[in-house]
Write a protein that binds this ligand. Structure first.
Ligand SMILES: [Zn+2]
Ligand SMILES: [Zn+2]
Length: 134
């Protein structure tokens, strides 16, 4: 009889303790843990994106900020800029300091011409570029 009572008390104590532990954890842990996980995952995504940009073999060929192949980017290549200026008539936009044929501010339609080169090479849309205001 005494043995049975002791077992019963033990079981109740164990069960109660287990319930307290689980409910305690269930109430306190999940919410902040989830937030942490979400923010960590976001950070991971950012980290993943950065090395991709670095490893990106596009970077050597495509001038992302200007939306033009690097070697013919009149804003990045002085050599190419000189060639454009040497043309008759000069292929140069004085106002925006770049080749007129590459001035998407004056000629938004030219952007498509270079975007098509990117698409032909990679089969995807080129990264979006930010154009300065007129
Ligand atoms: Zn450029
Ligand atoms: Zn212009």
């Amino acid at each position: 009889m005494t043995k049975f009572v002791t077992r019963g008390v033990l079981l109740v104590a164990l069960f109660g303790g287990a319930v307290l532990l689980t409910t305690g954890c269930g109430k306190t842990d999940p919410t902040p843990a989830k937030d942490e996980k979400v923010s960590k995952d976001k950070d991971k995504d950012k980290e993943k994106v950065k090395p991709k940009d670095g490893e990106d073999d596009h970077s050597g060929w495509w001038c992302k900020p200007h939306g033009i192949p690097e070697e013919e980017c009149s804003m990045c290549s002085d050599e190419y800029a000189a060639k454009c200026k040497a043309k008759t008539p000069p292929d140069w936009c004085e106002k925006h300091d770049r080749a007129d044929s590459q001035c998407f501010i004056c000629h938004p339609e030219h952007q498509e011409k270079f975007a098509a080169k990117y698409r032909a090479k990679y089969g995807t849309e080129p990264p979006p570029i930010k154009l300065p205001k007129k």
